[in-house]
Design a protein. Structure first.
Lengths: 209, 169
């Protein structure tokens, strides 16, 4: 410690300057570290697993991984749970998640746990859920999962917590149910950026004993 | 030592799914883990595979269970799964299995000695319930399903209000 103080006084480095220098050195060291993250793409059920230097930009990391980045693409980072926790439940409500600057470095992004990116043409996904003859809507981030939308649907239709586990989302006009981990960005089919679900009772499997 | 035989399409598909994004995503979220070994693209115990799966906290119950799954015919046919004890290398005793509150508990021990899940995602259950295709079209296994759909079903059940802990009901 005394050596550090001596060096600081010799080179007239203030405490603030020293801390800044340490931070820069730390970032330089980290930028060579590799990080592994998942990339969710439109219409792909399997997220891709990508490894890149943490100092790489979002754009360069995706290009290196062979993931095409077109002008109309938005890149979102992390997962987004706002819809599950919000008290703003009107039909015009919208998530506040914004896409990232493509030139932002991975190490400067809040990639979440697991670390993940979402590459989609939709800035928002307009979700309609139907239940008991009623319809409710919200504009979600493409990074929101079916799990988040399900919790929102339970809240907005006031399905109480005891019954909630027995109600799941099913694609409208279908008997298919999306996976709880699927993101809205993965599920959208086109640039209209809309999805429709029914909130239905889970199948209760009965049979011979 | 691995037998020097051609790898079957089923094993190849399963290994690719185990190395794929959906499965690895669940591992990262600590929902499940692969316990079996993959060596040179082959599963050490094919067609069997062992997983650890996380369970909700309940008094006196473990934080997860071991699954023993047979993937013969995968993905065209659903796998079949039972709970496992790695110490004895045999089925988990009934007293140590998860128990549930509903009459539709998929880990029933009063059917087939608990040797399979009571759900269309299980091959043995499906073979003895031919009407399930018609009654439950939304959960019929198809070749578009993967082991992750099975693991998600089990994980959600073990983290639901239905799951009460271990022991006989």
């Amino acid at each position: 410690m005394s050596e550090i103080l001596t060096i600081m006084s010799i080179y007239d480095i203030t405490d603030v300057g020293f801390r800044l220098l340490l931070r820069i050195l730390e970032k330089l060291a980290m930028s060579k570290d590799k990080i592994e993250f998942f990339v969710h793409l439109e219409s792909e059920a399997e997220p891709r697993i990508v490894e890149a230097e943490s100092g790489a930009t979002l754009l360069s990391a995706l290009n290196e991984a062979g993931i095409p980045v077109t002008d109309d693409l938005h890149i979102f980072v992390g997962d987004w749970q706002e819809g599950a926790n919000t008290n703003v439940l009107g039909d015009d409500a919208e998530d506040s998640h914004e896409p990232e600057d493509w030139n932002k470095r991975l190490c400067d992004c809040e990639l979440g746990h697991p670390a993940q990116l979402h590459c989609v043409r939709c800035r928002r996904v307009r979700v309609t859920v139907e239940y008991n003859g009623k319809e409710r809507r919200r504009s979600f981030s493409p990074a929101a999962s079916i799990g988040v939308v399900t919790v929102w649907a339970h809240r907005i239709f006031r399905v109480d917590c005891v019954d909630a586990a027995n109600f799941v989302l099913q694609f409208c006009d279908s008997n298919q149910m999306p996976s709880v981990e699927a993101t809205l960005g993965q599920l959208v089919k086109d640039k209209r950026c809309v999805l429709c679900f029914d909130l239905v009772p889970k199948d209760r499997i009965e049979g011979i004993r | 030592m691995m037998p020097d035989t051609m790898i079957s399409p089923s094993e190849k598909t399963l290994v690719s799914h185990l190395q794929g994004g959906r499965f690895r995503f669940g591992v990262n979220k600590k929902k499940w883990k692969l316990l079996s070994v993959i060596e040179e693209g082959r599963l050490s115990e094919w067609p069997h595979c062992l997983f650890w799966i996380q369970a909700g906290t309940r008094n006196g119950a473990p934080d997860g269970f071991i699954l023993h799954t047979n993937f013969a015919g995968y993905p065209n046919d659903p796998p079949t799964t039972t709970f496992w004890c790695t110490e004895t290398q045999s089925k988990l005793p009934i007293a140590m299995r998860p128990r549930g509150s509903s009459n539709n508990w998929i880990f029933r021990v009063d059917w087939n000695n608990g040797d399979a899940l009571y759900h269309p995602y299980d091959r043995i259950a499906t073979e003895s319930h031919r009407d399930w295709d018609r009654k439950y079209p939304g959960v019929v296994w198809s070749r578009e399903h993967t082991l992750v759909d099975l693991l998600e079903l089990i994980h959600q059940t073990l983290n639901s209000n239905e799951y009460l802990g271990i022991g006989l009901s």
